[in-house]
Ligand binder design. Structure first.
Ligand code: CO
Length: 468
C-alpha cells in the first residue's frame, strides 16, 4: 500500500499560521534539501502567496516561483488556483485565465489544483483547458471540490461531482476541507463512495487541524483508499495548518505503508524551519491562537475563522448581546443562499449579511452589494435553489427578469484587459508576467514595479559613479 505526501509549509501552512508573510529569502537555503525528501509535491504558490508577495513582501511572485523551480528541479511544484478568479476575488475573462495558466506553467508549476467556491465547475473549465493546452507530459490538472456540510451536500452529491471532474478530463481529484470539519466518519463514507465511482483516479485529501479532528480523519481516509495527503513539516503544523509530515510518516511506516519519504531529510527540513518559526512567534507575526485547537466550529457548524471574525465585529459595535442571534442567523442566511460552501469570498458575504440582519432587527432590510450580485448570478450557480422571494426582490430592484449567466461575461476574449494593463504600466512593465500581476492586483503590482524601477535606477547610478 502506498500513500504519498504533499508538503504545504511554503503555501498553506505559511498562509494559515502567519498570513502568508514568509519571505523567499527565509526558505531558500532549505529548498535543495526539500528536493530530496520524496514528496508527491510541494505546494508553494497560488492561494494568497501572490497577493502577499506584491502587497507585503516587496517580492515578484513570478520570480519567487522561478527561484523555487531552480532550487527544486526534481520535485513537482504545486499551486492552488481559484478557477475563474485566478488568485484574486473576481471573475476574469477567459483569455486572461488562459494566459495566467500558460505563464504559471512556463515559470515552473507542475500541478494546478483548481477549485471554485460554489463548486460550479463551469468556473474551472477554462483553467483546465489551458492546463491541457500549455502543460507538458509532467503537468497535472487537479480538480478540487470545496467540502462543506449541508442538507444538500450528501455523499451521492460529492460522488456525482467527482464523476463530473473525471469526465471533464482532470488527472486527479482533491477534496478540500478548508474549515477542518470533515469527521473520520464522513471521510470514510465519502472516500469509499468516490473510490467506487472513479476507479483508480488518484484522490487527494486536504484538511486542516483547526477543530482537532484531522489526524483521525486522515487515518480513516487512508483506510478508505486515499492516495495523497497534505501535511506540513511539524513545526509549521497543527492549529489552523495541516497535520504534521513526520508524525504521519512514522504512523504510516509502522503499518508498512510506503510513503516514498526520506526520514532523515524530512527531519532536516523541520530542523531548518524551527528557528524561522520562533522568529515569527517572537515578533508576533505568528499568533499563538492560530496554533491551538478550536472545536467550536463543530458545535456551531460555522468555520472557526468566521466565528472569531463575527465576535470581533460584534464587540466592535458593542453588540455582543446579539451573539446568539447572529450565530443562529448564519445557517439561516446560508440556507437562503442555497448552501454555498463557506470559503472565500462566500464566508465573508454570509457572515456580514447575518450580522447585518440581526443588528437591523429585520432580515434583509439592508442587503450587501456582494449578496445582491450573488443572487443576480454573478458568482455562478448555487448548490441548491436560493430563497425564491428574496431572489425575486433583488432581481426586481435591479430590473432583471432572470439571473445572469456569469459564463457569458467570462467568455469574452477581447484581449483588451491585457492591452489596457500594458498601456497603463508603460515602461514599468518588462514582461508578460508584470502585466499579469497588474491585471490581478493593479495597485499592489504598480507599487511593486515602481519600487523595482527606483531600485534599478539607484543601482545604475552607483555603477556610473564607480566608473568615473
Ligand atoms: Co487549505
Amino acid at each position: 500500500m502506498r500513500v504519498q505526501f504533499t508538503e504545504t509549509v511554503l503555501r498553506d501552512a505559511n498562509q494559515s499560521l502567519m498570513a502568508t508573510r514568509l519571505p523567499y529569502a527565509d526558505f531558500e537555503p532549505v529548498l535543495s534539501t526539500m528536493d530530496k525528501a520524496g514528496y508527491y509535491s510541494v505546494e508553494c504558490w497560488g492561494g494568497a502567496t501572490f497577493d502577499s508577495c506584491l502587497r507585503y513582501l516587496g517580492e515578484d511572485p513570478w520570480e519567487r516561483l522561478r527561484n523555487i523551480r531552480k532550487n527544486m528541479p526534481n520535485t513537482k511544484l504545486q499551486m492552488l488556483l481559484r478557477g475563474q478568479n485566478l488568485l484574486g476575488y473576481k471573475h476574469y475573462h477567459d483569455d486572461v485565465v488562459e494566459k495566467f495558466v500558460e505563464l504559471s506553467i512556463k515559470n515552473g508549476i507542475d500541478i494546478l489544483r483548481i477549485f471554485d467556491a460554489l463548486n460550479d465547475f463551469r468556473n474551472i473549465k477554462t483553467a483546465l483547458e489551458a492546463t491541457k493546452k500549455y502543460g507538458t507530459a509532467n503537468t497535472i490538472a487537479s480538480g478540487c471540490i470545496s467540502y462543506t456540510q449541508s442538507p444538500v451536500h450528501t455523499v451521492s452529491k460529492y460522488v456525482e461531482m467527482c464523476k463530473e471532474l473525471q469526465a471533464m478530463g482532470f488527472d486527479t481529484i482533491c477534496l478540500k476541507d478548508m474549515a477542518g470539519t470533515m469527521s473520520p466518519y464522513e471521510a470514510e463514507h465519502l472516500i469509499k463512495g468516490i473510490k467506487d465511482a472513479v476507479g483508480d483516479m488518484p484522490l487527494i485529501l486536504h484538511t486542516h487541524c483547526t477543530t482537532g479532528m484531522a489526524y483521525q480523519t486522515l487515518t480513516k481516509a487512508i483506510d478508505s483508499g486515499i492516495d495523497v495527503i497534505d501535511t506540513a513539516t511539524s513545526c509549521f503544523s497543527n492549529g489552523t495548518s495541516q497535520p504534521a509530515t513526520e508524525t504521519m510518516y512514522y504512523a504510516l511506516s509502522q503499518y508498512g505503508i510506503e510513503t516514498g519519504l526520506n526520514e532523515k531529510v524530512i527531519n532536516e527540513v523541520n530542523d531548518f524551519f524551527k528557528p524561522i518559526k520562533q522568529k515569527y512567534v517572537d515578533d508576533g507575526t505568528l499568533n499563538p491562537k492560530s496554533m491551538a485547537t478550536d472545536a467550536q466550529a463543530l458545535v456551531y457548524k460555522v468555520p472557526g475563522g468566521m466565528l472569531s471574525n463575527m465576535i470581533a465585529n460584534l464587540k466592535d459595535m458593542d453588540a455582543m448581546d446579539k451573539f446568539d442571534a447572529a450565530l443562529a442567523e448564519i445557517p439561516a442566511v446560508r440556507a437562503d443562499m442555497g448552501y454555498p460552501p463557506l470559503v472565500t469570498p462566500l464566508s465573508q458575504m454570509v457572515g456580514s449579511q447575518a450580522v447585518t440582519n440581526v443588528l437591523m432587527g429585520e432580515r434583509y432590510k439592508v442587503i450587501s452589494k456582494d449578496v445582491q450580485n450573488y443572487f443576480k448570478g454573478e458568482y455562478g450557480i448555487a448548490p441548491a435553489p436560493v430563497d425564491a422571494a428574496l431572489e425575486k426582490r433583488i432581481l426586481d430592484d435591479a430590473g432583471m427578469a432572470a439571473p445572469v449567466d456569469c459564463r457569458i461575461e467570462d467568455s469574452k476574449r477581447t484581449g483588451e484587459d491585457f492591452e489596457a494593463a500594458k498601456a497603463a504600466l508603460g515602461e514599468l512593465a518588462k514582461t508578460e508576467e508584470d502585466v499579469m500581476s497588474y491585471i490581478c492586483f493593479p495597485k499592489q503590482a504598480e507599487d511593486y514595479l515602481k519600487a523595482r524601477k527606483e531600485k534599478e535606477e539607484r543601482t545604475c547610478k552607483y555603477t556610473m559613479e564607480a566608473i568615473d
